[in-house]
Design a protein around this ligand. Structure first.
Ligand SMILES: Cc1cc2nc3c(=O)[nH]c(=O)nc-3n(C[C@H](O)[C@H](O)[C@H](O)COP(=O)(O)OP(=O)(O)OC[C@H]3O[C@@H](n4cnc5c(N)ncnc54)[C@H](O)[C@@H]3O)c2cc1C
Length: 386
């Protein structure tokens, strides 16, 4: 596999977006496409691909130079992510998480914590898992994992689940609350080491798509985390989780939807030209042409909405409603387009060795990441009715 770094931007703070996009397109169509079958077969992303992405600078594009990143402006990063999302869903997940998780950490990290947590993550030396969702409660102010302070340690009790990279990360960016508190009060953001005493991480098993990504269920029983690993003050946990991260991340997930939908559309167009029935390619049939035209329009509408939201976020964060609108439209568009693409493929597309089957399965995860459609609608309505 070619791991030659792109001199145009590796380790540089002056990334050339055009060179970047050209490199992404070549990588996605070449070595990353070749790796997809292996990822599906082995259920993991080979280490050499992580290393390749890291060497290329793909895992630290969005972070500013002061943390060791390339400092790509957010709208340009969003375009990069859209292009990259045509690759296997688990590769998109690596790029998305590694380019985004520094944001909540940096929001409240002290100078010492920047060196201990933020910089190693940005430089690709540490993997950090965002750890919010709980099996027994809603996310956000409903979280119930508790912390009790004993001297210079917290003792944590509770469970988390669906945690991406939960089996391989170095640290969890974990959200919990002081015993006896409710709502936003008493919430904490802690950097919990994966091997913290009292913490057990168990695989959640095989998922429908994203087959190279691990997801963990965490069990904490008097799990010890140093107070020095707390980001921000007691009571600022949800500020780190929600305002530090979520809105930008929703726009990124929306961009991923656009990229994956483009891939589905391209596969549908290729299939429509190649598949012959009753003596003519199905692309010659008006019914297929109408469907493809609708899909193309849907993808482009979502793309423009995502780019608009990225501009709003860059100019005046958090742009919560703009981010929710982009995510809502893009995730519903992705469902329509992947379903349409599978239909164009016909029955052959329903089998595992067809390229559209994986795209279809990977797409379904996007409707959960960073909140469901219902939660996006709640955010939009809140602004509308304020
Ligand atoms: C592949 C994958 C990776 C993930 N990675 C992570 C991760 O790294 N870290 C992490 O913390 N989480 C992660 N998650 C969890 C993800 O963020 C949640 O699945 C998502 O936010 C939905 O929450 P839930 O699963 O608890 O659904 P539930 O809260 O159980 O919701 C079930 C349904 O009810 C609806 N609903 C719930 N509450 C309301 C309400 N108040 N009003 C209206 N409707 C409501 C929801 O929209 C949904 O349709 C991941 C999930 C997946 C599928």
């Amino acid at each position: 596999m070619d791991g030659t770094p792109l001199a145009a931007y590796e380790g540089s703070t002056t990334v050339q977006p055009a060179a970047l996009l050209a490199d992404v397109a070549a990588l996605v169509a070449g070595p990353l496409e070749e790796a997809a079958a292996r990822i599906e077969r082995e259920g993991r992303v080979p280490r050499e691909i992580w290393d390749l992405l890291n060497r290329r600078g793909y895992l630290r594009l969005a972070a500013p130079a002061e943390y060791g990143g390339a400092g790509l402006p957010f709208p340009a990063y969003v375009e990069f992510l859209e292009a990259f999302s045509q690759a296997h869903g688990s590769l998109r997940m690596i790029v998305h998480v590694m380019n985004g998780i520094w944001r909540p950490m940096a929001r409240r990290a002290s100078a010492e914590q920047v060196e201990r947590f933020v910089r190693p993550q940005v430089e690709g030396r540490h993997t950090v898992a965002f750890t919010l969702t709980e099996p027994g409660n809603g996310s956000g102010a409903d979280i119930q994992t508790t912390a009790r302070r004993i001297g210079d340690r917290y003792l944590l009790n509770g469970e988390k689940h669906l945690i991406t990279f939960g089996l391989v990360c170095d640290h969890y960016l974990l959200f919990c609350r002081l015993e006896g508190t409710s709502g936003h009060e008493g919430t904490l953001a802690l950097m919990a080491p994966r091997h913290a005493p009292g913490l057990r991480a168990v695989s959640m098993g095989d998922s429908l798509g994203l087959r190279g990504t691990d997801h963990a269920h965490l069990y904490m029983k008097d799990c010890e985390v140093p107070v020095a690993n707390r980001l921000g003050a007691e009571g600022q946990g949800l500020d780190v989780a929600l305002r530090g991260f979520l809105d930008a991340s929703r726009i990124c997930v929306a961009a991923s939807c656009v990229g994956l939908a483009q891939r589905a559309l391209d596969l549908a167009v290729a299939r429509a030209k190649a598949r012959v029935t009753f003596g003519r390619p199905i692309a010659a049939r008006q019914a297929i042409q109408m469907r493809l035209a609708e899909m193309e329009t849907d993808v482009e509408a979502a793309r423009q909405l995502v780019r608009w939201a990225a501009g709003r976020w860059e100019a005046d964060p958090p742009a919560a409603a703009a981010a929710a609108k982009a995510k809502l439209f893009a995730l519903e568009m992705l469902q329509r387009v992947t379903d349409g693409a599978l239909q164009v493929w016909g029955g052959a597309g329903y089998f595992e060795d067809s390229p559209i089957a994986r795209v279809y399965r990977d797409a379904r995860a996007q409707r959960f990441e960073e909140g469901t459609a219902e939660i996006q609608k709640a955010t939009i309505a809140k602004e509308l009715l304020a």
